[in-house]
Design a protein around this ligand. Structure first.
Ligand code: B16
Ligand code: MG
Length: 217
């Protein structure tokens, strides 16, 4: 049965995509082109460096490696400023309740995020203590759909991948969980996250029984 749950951050625990959008849009506008909400959707779960490459491509602009480094840093400074104003009210519905019931049931918890800012975000929304392990963008070499971030989480928890359930909102993240041999609950739409074992609209739909059922189907 289930022994651990591994959570993605953006789109699962909190909606940091709105802050990523504001910061990338500001950068794009300074460079002289627009950046849309639809484009921002495509950057969910994508690393900072890769996100910038895509944005420059969409804007039809080329920059040297050194300039890209500077642009990514500039964007991150704006993003971090916004993140520092986050409050516990921004935790998505059901996330804290689920983490608490997992702890009460003796099921281990980890964060598995592409973000290098994951830890400070968890601190700001005051939920860090509910995670036994945090694996973030500073600790992994390969991006999702590579399973590295989730396998590192399972390893740090001392739990076999087959006994882990991953919660993910991005297609690449769902693929990463499946590639790692884990059960995956998709947060979003069924037709988009069709590789997931179960798809729900948010963590408020999940309880211990739902998770147990994943192993009996
Ligand atoms: P940072 P997740 C991802 O978070 C975001 O969805 C993605 O938009 C962002 O570019 C990436 O983190 C890196 O974030 O710039 O803070 O290192 O969904 O993997 O928790
Ligand atoms: Mg995500």
């Amino acid at each position: 049965g289930i022994a651990a749950c591994i959570f993605d951050l953006d789109g699962v625990i909190v909606d940091t995509a709105v802050y990523h959008f504001k910061a990338w849009k500001r950068l794009a506008n300074e460079l002289g082109f627009n950046f849309t909400a639809a484009q921002n959707e495509k950057l969910k779960g994508v690393s900072r460096v890769r996100s910038l490459e895509l944005i420059l491509e969409w804007g039809g602009i080329q920059k040297s490696a050194a300039e890209q480094q500077e642009l990514a840093t500039r964007k991150n400074e704006w993003y971090v400023d916004m993140v520092h104003h986050m409050t516990p009210e921004e935790i998505l519905p059901g996330a804290k309740e689920l983490l608490e019931s997992l702890r009460a049931a003796g099921i281990k918890t980890a964060l598995g995020s592409a973000s290098k800012n994951a830890r400070v975000i968890l601190e700001k929304v005051d939920i860090l203590s509910l995670f036994d392990v945090v694996v973030d963008g500073n600790m992994v070499a390969a991006s999702k759909p590579d399973p590295e971030v989730f396998l590192k989480g399972a390893e740090a928890l001392g739990v076999a991948p087959e006994r882990c359930v991953v919660f993910e909102d991005a297609i690449a993240g769902v693929e990463a969980g499946k590639a790692g041999g884990m059960k995956v609950v998709g947060i979003g739409e069924k037709d988009v996250l069709h590789e997931a074992d179960l798809v729900v609209s948010g963590l408020h739909e999940i309880d211990l029984q739902t998770l147990t059922n994943l192993y009996n189907s």
